[in-house]
Design a protein around this ligand. Sequence first.
Ligand SMILES: [Zn+2]
Ligand SMILES: [Zn+2]
Length: 174
Amino acid sequence: MKQEVGHFLSTRKRIYKGGKRHGNWKGGRSVLKSGHVLIEAPGHPHADSRGRVLEHVFVAAKALKKDLPERAVVHHHDGDPGNNDPTNLVVCEDQRYHMLLHKRQTAYRATGNPNAERCAYCRAWMLPDNPEFYRYVSPDQQDAREAWKRKTTVLAWHKGCRREYDNSRKEWRH
Ligand SMILES: [Zn+2]
Ligand SMILES: [Zn+2]
């Protein structure tokens, strides 16, 4: 999983000592309802008006040794928003990539294969090498890459499920 998606900040296991090792950490640490952690770091480029910054943003920027790219989203690999060990953080280029990562993680947990996708019709998991696997691309998005760029969803179907769906749509029109 690790090497396949996203960019881990560190693959070395480190002993994480909370905020204490952060450069301009001032001692305050509060956990939000969402489970994310705010720390006090006045002067940090992402600090709010009270000089607080999300710990995962702080840790990620520090590990990258530069500010995060503008649309970047920091992902928690183990799903725990309070685990801000650098080994648990993945910087995603944008929210769309972040969602792809979640989709692949869900697929991996459900089937053991991050490439598995759910049929848009029957919701069953299937792998792209399944002979029944069918990728629906509408005529105006023949190029999957173009569709990706235009942020349209390219759904996976069983061939049989797609036929059933198309037939049911024809019936509606009568
Ligand atoms: Zn995430
Ligand atoms: Zn299906």
